[in-house]
Design a protein around this ligand. Structure first.
Ligand code: ZN
Length: 228
């Protein structure tokens, strides 16, 4: 059983398409949230996610697009979130408003848990790759899962705590680990559980131009070239 893991497409259609094209055949496709926000193609990204029957949890940017509540967002993120709310078609807004805060499923005999941020703060808490074991332990000790799948940090991560695999596939639409290529992961659930991480080139210039044309803050375009 093979599962494709992605997170944080952030309205970046070129990046999402490149990832889906590069990905081997998978039995399931799970997205850890933030379909929208930052870039200029929220409708196209939501529609592609729906067409691919991606199982998606709600991210803080999906939530902001629906509620227009941008408390806690930096000014650039807030501006993009309100632009997104303005431009999303009704049926796509409705789709986002129905996304669950987390997902639990059993696949290949393993219990999987997907969330954007963390179990105790599904939308907003960041779990970065350098999180100390002590904090990871606190977060996941009591969680009833074998595999925990995260988003939000836009950074690839793989850790094991109490025998639980904690994995973040990295960011599709706005990677933040200084590598501008779109990121995803494949989870292999066989006798052994194995994750592999993949990076894909995409047309950054095209996405950047669309951000500029939409008159979204130009910093949101330039950062894509830097992977930050
Ligand atoms: Zn995000």
């Amino acid at each position: 059983m093979k599962i494709g893991l992605i997170a944080d497409p952030h309205s970046n259609l070129a990046a999402l398409k490149a990832v889906l094209k590069d990905m081997p055949r998978v039995d399931r496709l799970i997205c850890m949230g933030d379909l929208v926000g930052y870039a200029a193609e929220p409708n196209e990204v939501v529609e592609l996610a729906r067409a691919k029957r991606m199982q998606t949890v709600r991210g803080n940017h999906d939530h902001a697009a629906v509620t227009r509540d941008v408390q806690g967002f930096n000014p650039l993120a807030a501006q993009a979130a309100l632009w997104t709310a303005e431009h999303l078609h009704k049926e796509n807004l409705e789709y986002l408003s129905n996304l669950p805060t987390h997902l639990t499923l059993t696949c290949g005999g393993k219990r999987l848990y997907a969330v954007h941020g963390s179990p105790r703060d599904p939308l907003n808490e960041y779990i970065f790759p350098d999180i100390p074991n002590r904090v990871l332990a606190e977060l996941f000790r009591d969680l009833d899962a074998d595999i925990v799948m995260l988003g939000h940090s836009h950074m690839p991560m793989e850790r094991v705590i109490f025998g639980k695999l904690v994995i973040n596939p990295g960011g599709v639409g706005q990677p933040r680990d200084r590598d501008p290529r779109a990121s995803y992961a494949i989870l292999n659930l066989g006798k052994e559980v194995k994750a592999s991480f993949h990076r894909v080139d995409y047309d950054v210039k095209l996405t950047a131009e669309k951000i500029e044309t939409a008159r979204l803050p130009s910093e949101l375009a330039t950062r894509l070239f830097l992977g930050w």
